[in-house]
Design a protein around this ligand. Structure first.
Ligand code: SF4
Ligand code: SF4
Length: 340
């Protein structure tokens, strides 16, 4: 077990940034915290749930996947040694689920290139970041059990530092990381984990709704009601760490040059499933909302780490940002409690 003083973390990142392109929590002038290229003057160690997960680091919102110049196609594969510093455990589970999706039937070279050589430093949560967190319900947090290189536990002026890989162990081998070899070190860590876990309430309706959907149940009027409210803004999808829908479009510059771009899309947009004939197999917003939530609660990608209970990692962002209050928490409560 190691310790590092919080005040030294920024210097550690300055040193690591010589070898890695680091994305770290940064405080914007308006008070928002975003994962951005590490800049010591913007970096913050004390932050709550960032509005966006670090999704664009491995699935950029707009990404050129090949270019054409005078009739010659050139794949555009980005690859650089990257570090995701300070992500939450739920967002790590989101990354693992996305990787699982993008390697399930064949390997997506673009996402794999972004993921290769990426060092992951998790900042374990000591308590819920706000009232919509439900990571304990879906087994994704508040701390990571596997799949990380380094994990930090807040103990006041210091962090407990846990390594989860040989790479992580090497990175924390030297000062300012210092050994913490008290006899009760492991016991203290377990106590911290236990307290954090117990501070985040279990939402019983998630398991109840999953059972209902598995049995072919669920109340159609819930979806119809939600479908009437949903304004199809796509906000819930864009903030979701496990939503991976995308579109590809060709941007033609001249008859012989241009590029193909992959962009975020969503199954909540009518155009996503509309077929060339004009037929849409999910013709209503109710049907599209149902499909999205079934994808979170019924059909989802298992991960190679831990046992994910669902395709939702319980970050609560859809509930935080949906302008008409139909995030996953509200949906499961409505279904389980037969509200409509
Ligand atoms: S469905 Fe909502 S709560 Fe679940 S992972 Fe996505 S944004 Fe987070
Ligand atoms: S954020 Fe809310 S209103 Fe917007 S698409 Fe999602 S469910 Fe619909």
């Amino acid at each position: 077990m190691k310790l590092v003083a919080k005040k030294d973390v920024v210097h550690v990142l300055e040193a690591w940034s010589k070898d890695y392109s680091i994305l770290a929590p940064s405080l914007r002038e308006n008070g928002d915290c975003v994962f951005d290229a590490f800049d010591a003057s913007m970096f913050t160690i004390e932050y709550r749930k960032p509005p966006m997960p670090p999704k664009s680091s491995y699935l950029p919102q707009n990404e050129s996947i090949f270019s054409v110049e005078n009739g010659t196609f050139t794949p555009v594969i980005h690859h650089e040694k990257t570090m995701l510093f300070g992500i939450r455990a739920c967002d790590l589970m989101g990354i693992r689920q996305s990787r699982s999706f993008f390697t399930r039937d064949f390997e997506d070279p673009y996402l794999s290139a972004h993921s290769r050589d990426t060092v992951i430093v998790v900042h374990a949560c000591s308590w819920p970041q706000n009232e919509t967190c439900f990571c304990t319900t879906v087994h994704s947090g508040p701390y990571a059990q596997a799949g990380f290189d380094i994990q930090l536990f807040d103990i006041g002026v210091d962090y407990f530092v846990e390594s989860g890989s040989e790479m992580g162990k090497a990175l924390i081998a030297e000062p300012p990381f210092r050994d913490f070899e008290e006899e009760d070190a492991q016991e203290r860590l377990e106590r911290i984990k236990h307290m954090a876990y117990n501070s985040i309430p279990i939402v019983d309706e998630v398991a109840e709704t999953m059972e209902l959907l598995k049995a072919g149940g669920g109340n159609d009027t819930v979806w119809e009601h939600m479908g009437r409210k949903c304004i199809a803004c796509g906000g819930c999808v864009y903030v979701c760490p496990t939503c991976t829908c995308f579109n590809v479009e060709d941007r033609v510059q001249t008859p012989e040059s241009g590029e193909r771009v992959r962009t975020w899309d969503t199954c909540l947009f009518a155009g996503f499933t509309r077929e060339a004939s004009g037929h849409n197999p999910r013709p209503t917003q109710a049907a599209r909302l149902r499909r999205r939530h079934e994808h979170k609660l019924l059909y989802f990608n298992p991960t190679d780490i831990q046992t994910a209970l669902s395709g939702c990692v319980g970050c609560g962002r859809c509930s935080d940002y949906c302008p008409v209050h139909i995030g996953t928490l509200e949906v499961v409560k409505a279904i389980a409690e037969h509200i409509y």
